[in-house]
Design a binder for this molecule. Structure first.
Ligand SMILES: *Cc1c(COP(=O)(O)O)cnc(C)c1O
Length: 397
């Protein structure tokens, strides 16, 4: 998955354009920049690749999720439904706005279970946020129907899923707002960066202003701009955008490589009857950034994870025992360990985490192994790896 595996002359050329002019800022300095607008170019590139009307680059994927909520008017005391399996950033971004993350079970897609979502809706719910973890999606038809029925927003955390599709539409473009990360380990990387995408003109305008201190971007002179509302700084720099531009132009090539490697590994593991694969909902196509499969139980999954390590099969994760990606180890959230005071509303809103258990999520995550698909492997290396994986699984069973 990490785009950095294929860094080369294209990235260098784009970055040198920026260094040659010396303008690292995405706005203004028109006379100095030799016509280079890397952030704008990257926004156009993504607009085309993701088939969406508007793209706003931001400083990170975490910022993207926060900005997505803010532009849609989500704030203090609002509830946002999200899955138990994601990266900590998903709830951080919600809490940054004073809103309340409501975590619900996943199903065999490893993403939101629509039934669990519907059961969690209250009068405070404002949005549903599926996270397309490891490159694949929830039943988005079902989630869209729930949003319509209850008048909720659909915000896609597509940070790990650029290049995947659902009903032929790029992931991230199906909901009201979609979010991407271009951090160092994502399929497309800027070093640090992210994007908010939307077909909603007003949300886009909000994002354009909000991510740059609320400046309206309508004055001729930056200091002459007015502020229709409060904002912050979630800008990307030209240097980061330059790297991302070189990467984004190769998005389809990257996904094709991932698919090729994924298919070789999956075909090999399919020969083991005890191995089953994550469900991809009808109409969905993964981004192939990870291969996710299930072992029969927790013990065989733990043994497999260890056997992979012993035999040098790297970049495979047993998320049940991982501190970053699954509710089981998020004690800092459950116990609300905050550096600064948190509102009573949020404290109350998160009390359920002290007692709620997530047996259904445990059932899937305990048995799941998730293997990163690398771009830099040769076909021979992938085939060798497939054999090693098969052997390690058979030993672990
Ligand atoms: C990486 C990631 C984020 C956050 O992105 P950053 O750019 O690292 O802030 C959010 N959600 C998911 C699912 C991610 O994988």
């Amino acid at each position: 998955m990490p785009g950095f595996e294929l860094f080369g002359s294209a990235e260098r050329k784009e970055v040198n354009d920026v260094l040659d002019s010396g303008v690292l800022m995405r706005y203004g300095f028109d006379g100095m920049r030799n016509g280079h607008w890397k952030a704008k170019e990257l926004e156009s590139e993504l607009q085309e690749k993701l088939n969406v009307k508007h793209v706003q680059l931001v400083s990170s994927g975490t910022a993207a999720v926060s900005v997505a909520m803010a532009v849609a008017g989500i704030g203090a005391g609002d509830e946002v439904i999200m899955p138990t399996f994601t990266f900590v950033a998903s709830f951080e971004a919600i809490m940054m706005l004073g809103a309340i993350p409501v975590l619900v079970d996943i199903d065999d897609t490893l993403t939101l279970d629509p039934q669990a979502v519907e059961a969690a809706i209250t009068s405070k719910t404002k949005a549903i946020m599926p996270v397309h973890m490891c490159g694949s999606m929830a039943d988005l038809n079902a989630l869209t129907a729930i949003c319509k029925k209850h008048n909720l927003l659909l915000i896609e955390d597509a940070c790990q899923a650029i290049g995947g599709t659902y009903n032929k539409k790029p992931l991230g473009s199906l909901g009201d707002v979609g979010c991407f990360s271009f951090d160092f380990v994502k399929t497309i990387t800027c070093g640090e960066g992210g994007a908010v995408i939307t077909n909603n003109e007003s949300y886009f305008k909000h994002a354009d202003h909000y991510t740059d201190h609320g400046h309206d971007h309508e004055g001729l002179d930056r200091g002459a701009e007015t502020h229709p509302f409060l904002g912050y700084n979630f800008r990307i720099s030209e240097l980061q955008a330059a790297v991302g531009l070189a990467q984004a132009r190769r998005l389809h090539d990257f996904v094709a490589i991932q698919k090729k490697h994924y298919t070789i590994l999956r075909d090999a593991l399919s020969a083991v009857p005890e191995v089953t694969f994550r469900t991809v909902p009808e109409g969905g196509e993964e981004s192939y950034g990870f291969l996710n499969f299930f072992l029969p139980n927790l013990e065989s999954a733990r043994k497999t994870a260890n056997a992979f390590k012993q035999s040098g099969v790297d970049a495979c994760f047993h998320y049940f025992d991982n501190n970053w990606h699954y509710i089981r180890k998020w004690d800092h959230l459950k116990n609300l360990k905050s550096l600064y005071p948190i509102s009573n509303e949020v404290k109350e809103g998160l009390k359920y985490l002290q007692t709620k258990t997530f047996e259904q999520s445990d059932h899937y995550i305990a048995r799941n192994i998730s293997c990163l698909i690398k771009l830099s492997w040769t076909e021979e290396q992938v085939k060798e790896r497939a054999e090693k994986m098969k052997k390690a699984i058979l030993e672990a069973l």
